[in-house]
Design a protein around this ligand. Structure first.
Ligand SMILES: [Zn+2]
Length: 248
C-alpha cells in the first residue's frame, strides 16, 4: 500500500531485480543512483533502459552528434558498472528532445519489462507539475503505460513474451513524494557513477573542460549535500525520495 502521513525513512528489503527507465543517459544516476548502488551491493540485478539517444546533450554547435550518441552509450555503461549494476543497459535510441509517448514506444518499453522481469521499476514522474522537458514527461508516461502493458497478457501478444507484473513502481522527481529510501553510505558511489558521464560535465554538472578539480569537487559536494538534505527530513544521514505506486 502507498504510505500515508509524514515521511519516514525506509530501508526497503532488497529486490531480486530492478529496472530503471529514463529519458537520457545520466538521469538514472541523478535520480536514483544511491538507491541502486545500495541494492546492487546486496545482490540485486539492476538494469537500465534509456529511451533517447542523448544527441542534444552538448552546448557545442559544431559537435559530431553521431560521435556524441556513441560516447553517451559508453558513458552510460560505465556509470552502470560504477553503480555495481550487473543487468542490461538497453537503449531505445529515439531522438533526444523528440521522445513521444506513443504506442510503438510503449510496446518497446513493455517488451523490455517482460524480458527483464524486474520486481521494482523506476521512472520519471509524468505528473510532475510545471516540468519543462518533454522527454522526462514522456519517458514517465512510457514507464507507467509500459508497466500496464507488460503486466496484462492481452497487451501486445505479438511480442511473444510472457506477461510480467512488477511488484512496485517508484517514480523519481516526484510531484508528491511519499517515500524516502535511506541511502546512507552510498553517496560516494552515486557521485562516482555520475562522473562517468564526462560529456555532460559542462551541461549538467557545471564542470569546465579545464577544471583543476575545484568544480568537480563542488559538484560532488552538491550531490552529497542534496542527499544529506533529503535524509535530514526523516532523520537519516542520506536519502533519495520517490512516489511509490503499488500493488501494480
Ligand atoms: Zn534527462
Amino acid at each position: 500500500m502507498t504510505s500515508t502521513g509524514p515521511l519516514r525513512p525506509h530501508d526497503t528489503p532488497t529486490p531480486r531485480r530492478a529496472l530503471a527507465i529514463a529519458a537520457h543517459p545520466d538521469d538514472v544516476e541523478f535520480q536514483c543512483g544511491a538507491t541502486l548502488a545500495k541494492w546492487t551491493a546486496d545482490g540485486c540485478e539492476v538494469s537500465h533502459l534509456i529511451c533517447t539517444d542523448g544527441s542534444k546533450g552538448s552546448w557545442e554547435p559544431e559537435d559530431d552528434l553521431d560521435q556524441l550518441v556513441a560516447l553517451r552509450q559508453v558513458e552510460q555503461r560505465a556509470a552502470a558498472r560504477a553503480l555495481g549494476a550487473t543487468g542490461e543497459v538497453v537503449f531505445l535510441g529515439w531522438p533526444d528532445g523528440e521522445l513521444e509517448a506513443g504506442i510503438e514506444q510503449r510496446r518497446q518499453v513493455a517488451r523490455v519489462i517482460r524480458e527483464l522481469r524486474p520486481d521494482v521499476v523506476f521512472g520519471h514522474d509524468p505528473w510532475k507539475r510545471y516540468r519543462l522537458h518533454p522527454d522526462h514527461r514522456n519517458a514517465g508516461f512510457l514507464t507507467v503505460d509500459g508497466v500496464v502493458a507488460a503486466r496484462d497478457p492481452h497487451f501486445f501478444p505479438e511480442l511473444g513474451i510472457a506477461h510480467h507484473r512488477p511488484d512496485s513502481l517508484w517514480l523519481f522527481e516526484a510531484d508528491e513524494p511519499d517515500h524516502v529510501e535511506d541511502v546512507t553510505g552510498f553517496g560516494d558511489t552515486k557521485v562516482a557513477a555520475l562522473l562517468q558521464h564526462v560529456s555532460q560535465f559542462r551541461t549538467t554538472m557545471y564542470i569546465d573542460p579545464d577544471d583543476d578539480g575545484t568544480q568537480r569537487d563542488a559538484f560532488s559536494t552538491r550531490v552529497l549535500d542534496g542527499l544529506a538534505d533529503t535524509g535530514a527530513t526523516v532523520g537519516v544521514a542520506m536519502g533519495e525520495t520517490f512516489k511509490r505506486i503499488e500493488p501494480l
